[in-house]
Design a protein around this ligand. Sequence first.
Ligand code: MGD
Ligand code: MGD
Ligand code: SF4
Ligand code: MO
Length: 697
Amino acid sequence: MKNNASQGTLDTGSSDKVVRTLCGLCHTNCGMIISVKNGVIDKVRGDPENPGNRGKLCPKAAAVKEFVYSPERLRHPLLRTENGLEPISWDQALDIIANKFGEIKEKYGPEAVVLNRGAPVTQDVHDAFTQLMAAFGSPNATGPSHLCHWPIEIGMKLVTGRNGGPDYPNTKCVIFWASNPLDSTRVGEGVVFGRYDKVITEAKSKGVKVIVIDPFRTAVAAKSDKWLPIWPGTDVALGLAMLHTIITEGLYDHDFVAKWTTGFNELKEHVKETSPAWAEKITGVSAGDIQWAARTYAASKPASILPGNGLEGITSSVDSTRVIGMLEAVTGNLDIPGGNVFFPQVPLSRYPTVRPDKKPLGSDEYPLFTRLSFPVFADAVITGKPYRPRALLAYHSNPLLINANEKKVREALQKLEFIVVFDMFKTATAELAHLILPAASCFEKDGFRPFSSPEGAFVALRQKVIEPLPDCRSWVDVEYEIARRMGLADTYPWTNTEEWINYRLKPSEVTVEQLRQKHVVYVTPPVKYMKYTVSGFSTPSKKVELYSDTARQLGYDPLPVYKEPAESLRSKPEMGEKFPLIGTTRRPGVYIHTRLRNMPQLRKLEPAASVRINPGDAQKRKISEGDRVVVESMNGSIPLMARVTDAAKPGLVVIDFGWGNPGDNGANVNVLTSDGERDPFSSTTSNRRFLCQVKKA
Ligand SMILES: Nc1nc2c(c(=O)[nH]1)N[C@H]1C(S)=C(S)[C@@H](COP(=O)(O)OP(=O)(O)OC[C@H]3O[C@@H](n4cnc5c(=O)[nH]c(N)nc54)[C@H](O)[C@@H]3O)O[C@H]1N2
Ligand SMILES: Nc1nc2c(c(=O)[nH]1)N[C@H]1C(S)=C(S)[C@@H](COP(=O)(O)OP(=O)(O)OC[C@H]3O[C@@H](n4cnc5c(=O)[nH]c(N)nc54)[C@H](O)[C@@H]3O)O[C@H]1N2
Ligand code: SF4
Ligand SMILES: [Mo]
């Protein structure tokens, strides 16, 4: 099979057709070339000409056929009746939704209908049902944002204005801070540098210093020059101690600090007391290692940091990010070659949204979190305060399993009058639904993806590979049909997939037609560095705000402050009697969140939900590799398989996240997590830290 990327056409050989497209299983959206024989997906390979993955695919890609043709896929709309779930027609299903939403709007107002979307692994998930909610008049869109992307976004917005990605090709030192790109394939927020797996090996071969700050010895920690095994939830202390070393030893960039920051004197004063010796007791990382990391990072200019999702499962998510932004700034590493760079982005047109005076639930408590946070939603459903949401449309998401405190989330979902789940599979959340809609997979519909890269921002087309399996539908059609039935379609800027994509890409002056010809279209020039010298930073003062007036005015600490997490043996040693271990969660690289455990090829690679425990802790409990164990926390207990390994330090246990769907025979780790304590800016719950005990089953 030959291909010609510049024209976007591919020789078909003996296949019906060969389609150049994008994988939509995870955020990375690798370029794929898929051949179709007799209307069925035949071969899947990486697209060597895609600027992101350059031909490489991860192990999950091997399961594309199993995923699309899985016998477990939902194939009809299902309505819950007295006799259980009964298949109904699409027309009936859409009528029921339109009627029920209309009824709820009449009785309680539009805001009683809530949308829950999952992680935006494709642009579809990001955009789906936005316009419907706007036309309908509900400001309440929720999902995992309090655990994903938004806490880092809020933290960086306060300090540097925007989250800059490591400029790997030019850096001399990179800190993977709560990030694990070798499993997550996420080397930056939407930024590609060619193959994600090569970014680290190439850096290492050039002598770039690699430092990893992570409680667990991950794939990237094992390759690093230094791994700092931090206790989860203590990153603010580590960051403040690094700032202490850099500032007291004069290792900061004096010129940049003088010209481009506000509040340096306040920060200098603030970190006087936060010495590495102080942080050692909190973080479990030795003072010497903290000093070494601070000095190495400050001295290896240009240097960069990749703050990762590990910071977004702790209740100091935003302050952890703020200290990282400050480290980037005081060392003068912002937007310079090899530092943390604001890469060019694809301009997209905005959707019409609900009236600006209509604020989501919780906006008084979390003014910087401009959508509805799931914990706030669950509270409102349970307490009815300030009002009770009545209906939930869950699209491409599994809220029951992914939020902290499963028991409480279940209680909230069970209190709703009407739940629609729109998914490919009958998930744990779907089991609570009143109506289930069968979704077309990412390979059964057109879509697009905006990317950033040092060579410029570009758009790529996700071309439909096959028609949707019978009776499965794409969100575009479903959303528009609901709007039409409710008399809201007039306000729609689009009526079908092609119009949706063209609408969004208008400011980039690219059309679906062009993308079908070329597949990848660059819409900006290559990255320019030091843009702040022209336009300043995206903060109110146009400078990096080390001391934040915005935070102060909203009643927050203007400087990041370390607070001991609620579940803590240091502040509450008595808790250690029952729960002497600190638990965190791990994301198995062969799965994505709660997905793909029903793919036989992948299941062979990670067969069971596991807890990783240090050999010493295992021995004390007479636990051996492969034993069945029970893990207990204050919130509940779950059965798991023990893996005995020194990748977990003494006192730490690491439990797989994402199990718990019907039929996967694994337990949901969020049975153990608590939603009580929350980050004051972002409402992040403690999904990555909890006290627990492990016992032999
Ligand atoms: N303890 C703990 N909790 C966590 C995390 C953690 O690390 N630890 N991680 C957090 C993070 S970062 C995130 S992003 C969230 C993830 O939270 P979610 O995004 O809600 O979780 P997913 O399992 O990805 O749910 C996606 C659902 O979409 C379905 N699906 C797949 N393709 C399609 C399609 O084309 N159309 C439709 N309609 N449905 C489709 C899948 O079957 C699946 O049920 O979890 C968060 N929760
Ligand atoms: N295969 C696969 N790829 C994925 C996903 C998936 O589920 N599977 N999910 C996608 C999504 S939605 C996201 S958000 C990205 C996330 O991708 P990354 O940002 O790379 O995050 P993780 O892979 O979750 O790795 C986070 C690391 O932080 C560590 N950690 C946990 N708590 C703490 C803490 O308190 N402090 C510190 N310093 N470290 C901590 C964990 O041990 C873990 O190694 O991955 C995306 N890619
Ligand atoms: S699942 Fe694998 S192949 Fe698909 S986009 Fe993610 S990393 Fe790429
Ligand atoms: Mo995420």
